[in-house]
Structures are given as structure tokens and as C-alpha cells.
Design a binder for this molecule. Sequence first.
Ligand code: HEC
Ligand code: HEC
Ligand code: HEC
Ligand code: HEC
Ligand code: HEC
Length: 324
Amino acid sequence: MREAQTIRMLLLSWVLFFFSFSYSNQNLLSFHSSADYSFVQAQEEGGGKAVKEAKEEKTVQSSSVEERPYDKIDPEFRNLGPGFGGKNTIPFVIALVVFLLAMGGVIKGKSKAVKTAAGVFALASLGVIAYITYWEARALGRQQGYAPVQPIWFSHKVHVTQNKIDCEYCHVDVRESRHAGIPSLNVCLNCHSVVKKGKISGDKEISKIYAYLGYNPSTQQFDKPGKPIEWIKVHNLPDHVYFNHAQHVQAGKVACQECHGPVEKMNRVVEYKELSMKFCLDCHRKREIITDNQYYALYKFHLNPGEKPKVKDIGGQDCSSCHY
Ligand code: HEC
Ligand code: HEC
Ligand code: HEC
Ligand code: HEC
Ligand code: HEC
């Protein structure tokens, strides 16, 4: 029965592996709420009172989350990322069951043929398990599927799809600057000084805009002290990577959706793509640059007729373009 014991140990270690990866992923993902940060900060500052206040803020935040029945990650964007409950869970469980049954066949099989067939299944399922483990490990530190709860329930679906507002009405800097930028609440007021109720959330969320700004919608005066809103950043590249929106959106004419997915369908913004180095390079290796702008006037002059340079030909594959 030595074999059976070994197999049990092997199985147990895979299960432990999977759960520990899942757990650490989930932890990384949930660490980013601002209330969590203020708690850590308060602890660092050492004030007992500050810690208590931060803890209270945390409970206020989490209870206000429960009061928002409409603030859910849309079904089609759940389970995008890794971790337990993520997209790998079901394949992993199936592979584990197949492995279990196949190992049973290997040990208890009546004939050599049965044993061989079971052995093949066992190896194949072990391959799948190893592959998933590899992907789970790779995803550590990345945030695909990350979708924090925001201080105001802001729905891109309501604004972009239902009310046809252009992305660049709000993300104004996206063509000129490295950052797309998040609109200030004054931009919201352009419409919400008039639109005071939503079909889904009533006046509950829109009134938060007024509260943050210290604005009184009935007198149209800023008569109370306001406070800055703390949107939680969803997409975060590591600090050692340089990324510039202007170059992609303006010069490269890359659509927002190629990197952010169908944001216009999201009630709550989710990081849709993996945003790994492979993700960047896969595009740079295939994508042709658009040379009909001033910058490429001279460059175009040096090209052979019919030559179509790709991003990699202008340095899109050089380490120092993205890391310096
Ligand atoms: C009416 C204003 C408005 C419009 C229009 C709008 N956005 Fe946004 N967007 C916001 C606000 C406010 C946030 C921050 C809150 C959040 O993350 O939900 C945001 C967040 C985002 C984020 C996440 C930023 C992060 O923290 O990483 C992305 C990506 C984004 N928008 C893309 C788009 C795209 C693509 C479009 C067009 C299809 C668009 N937005 C249209 C206001 C707008
Ligand atoms: C080539 C990929 C790519 C395209 C195209 C792209 N983005 Fe982004 N976007 C990113 C990455 C990567 C980040 C994270 C940047 C960081 O952490 O430094 C980001 C961050 C953001 C943010 C958060 C604030 C910021 O600037 O860091 C917003 C908002 C946003 N994008 C909106 C847009 C909109 C709107 C468009 C289309 C007009 C767009 N993006 C097109 C890759 C892209
Ligand atoms: C260009 C006009 C415009 C801008 C700018 C705008 N909104 Fe809206 N917003 C609307 C319209 C129109 C509705 C739809 C009301 C409805 O019928 O539900 C709406 C609805 C809402 C709702 C309620 C959604 C619901 O159905 O319950 C919230 C919350 C909201 N907006 C927040 C914001 C925030 C926060 C900003 C600034 C980042 C903003 N809006 C900017 C036009 C705008
Ligand atoms: C969907 C395609 C696409 C994706 C994905 C993409 N890029 Fe690009 N990238 C482009 C295009 C197109 C250009 C060339 C724009 C131009 O004409 O200058 C470019 C240019 C660049 C450049 C300048 C290269 C140089 O030497 O001039 C950098 C840096 C860059 N991208 C970084 C990134 C990073 C970092 C990511 C991943 C987060 C990324 N890109 C993802 C399409 C993409
Ligand atoms: C188009 C942009 C781009 C280019 C070119 C590029 N990288 Fe990266 N690199 C990235 C991004 C984005 C990440 C962050 C990936 C993540 O968060 O997992 C990264 C991460 C890394 C890391 C950290 C390990 C990891 O996977 O997170 C190393 C090391 C690295 N790159 C080395 C290089 C080397 C060496 C080259 C040249 C052969 C290079 N990179 C070229 C975009 C690029």
C-alpha cells in the first residue's frame, strides 16, 4: 500500500498548492481598498485613537457596501482572474477527479491494457494540473479580475452605453498625456446639477456627488465644506514599467477596449486583461505602426516601397522602451 500513500500525499500537496496560490492572490487583490490603507497608515503613525477611527471608517465603508444592492460585478466579468472561484477552478477540479480515478485504475486495474490506458489518463490530467498551477503562480502580483468597490457607484454602462457619452468627455487627457486621468466631480456637475435622480439608484448615489463637493442642489451654491473623493485605482502597472496613453491612443490609434475590455458594458470597472509583459509584446510584435503623421514624415522616406514596419521595428521590443 506504499503507492496509495504516495498518491495521497501527492494529491494533498497539489490541493494545498492550489489553495495557497488562491489565497495569496485573493489577499493581494483585497489589500487595495483605501480603508485598508488608512488602517495600516494609522497603525504606522502609532496613535491608538487613529487606529480606532480607521477601524470605524472601515466598518462604515463595508456597511455602505451592503446597502448597495445594485453594485455588483456584472456576471460576464466575474471570474476573469485567477484564484479560488476564478476561471481555473472548474478545470482544476475536473482534472483532479480524472487523476484520482485514473490512479485507481493504475493500481487496481485487472489487465495490463487497462493499467496502461489509466496511466495515460493520469499523466494527461497531471499535465493539466501542472499547467494550471503554473498559470496560477504566474498571476501572482497581477490583478486581472480586480474590481474594487468605488466610493460612488459610477456605472460606465449607464453613462457610455445608455447615455452615449464619449470616453474622452471624461478621460480628457488620454490623447495628450501619459495618464488618461479621472474626471473631477465638477465634471459630473455639468450634468448632475440637472439630473438629480438615476433610474437604478434613485438619488442615493448622485447625492454623494453633492456631499463631496459641498454643493447644495436646491440653491446651486457651494455652501458647505467639500472633501476630495478617493477613487480606487483599478489598473496598476508595477513602477518599473513605463506606459503612455497618448502614444497608443493618438499615434497608434489603439482602441481603449483592446487593453481595458468592454468598459462600456461594465456597471463596475474590472481589470479585464492580464496586463503582463507578454500582453504588451504580443501586440508590439504584430501591430503595424500608422505613419501618416508628422513624426514619421522623415522615417517614411527611408522605407522601401510596400514595407510596413511594426511596433517592434521602432523599438517596441527594446527593454529600455518600457523599463528605464
Ligand atoms: C461620465 C464620465 C465617464 C465616461 C463617459 C467614461 N468614464 Fe471611465 N471612469 C470615469 C470615472 C469617474 C472613473 C473612476 C471610477 C471607477 O473606476 O469606476 C472611471 C474609470 C475608468 C477606468 C478605470 C481606471 C482605473 O482606476 O484604472 C477605465 C479603464 C475607464 N474608466 C475607461 C473608460 C472608457 C474606455 C470609456 C469609454 C468607453 C469611459 N471610461 C467613459 C468616468 C467616465
Ligand atoms: C495599449 C493599452 C491601453 C490602451 C489602448 C488604453 N489604456 Fe488605459 N491604461 C492602460 C494601462 C496599462 C493602465 C495602467 C497604467 C499605470 O498603472 O501606469 C491604464 C490606465 C487607465 C486609467 C487609469 C488612470 C491612468 O491614466 O492611469 C484610465 C482612466 C484609462 N486607462 C482609460 C483609458 C481610456 C479612456 C482609453 C481609450 C481612449 C485607454 N485607457 C486606452 C492601458 C491602455
Ligand atoms: C454628460 C452628462 C453626464 C456626466 C458628465 C455625468 N453623468 Fe451621471 N448620469 C447622466 C445621465 C443622463 C444619467 C442617467 C439617469 C438615469 O436615467 O438613470 C446619469 C446617471 C448617474 C447615476 C445614477 C445611475 C442610476 O441609474 O441610478 C450616478 C450615480 C451618476 N450618474 C454618477 C455620475 C458621476 C459620479 C459622474 C462624474 C464622474 C457623472 N455621473 C457624470 C449624465 C451624466
Ligand atoms: C493593442 C496593441 C498594443 C498593446 C496591447 C500595447 N501597445 Fe505599446 N504600442 C502600440 C503601438 C501601435 C505603438 C506605436 C505607436 C507609435 O506609432 O508611436 C506602441 C508603442 C509603445 C511604446 C513606444 C515604443 C518606442 O520605442 O517608440 C511603448 C514604451 C509602449 N508601447 C509600451 C507598452 C506597454 C508597457 C504595454 C503593455 C502594458 C503596451 N505598450 C501594450 C500598441 C500596443
Ligand atoms: C512593451 C513593453 C515592455 C518591453 C519592451 C519589455 N518589458 Fe519587461 N515588463 C513589461 C511589463 C508591462 C511588465 C510587468 C508585468 C507584470 O506586472 O507582471 C514587465 C516586467 C518585467 C520584469 C519583471 C518580471 C515580471 O514578469 O513581472 C522583468 C525582469 C522584465 N520585464 C524584463 C524585461 C527585459 C529583459 C526586456 C527586454 C528583453 C523587457 N522586459 C522588455 C513590459 C515590457
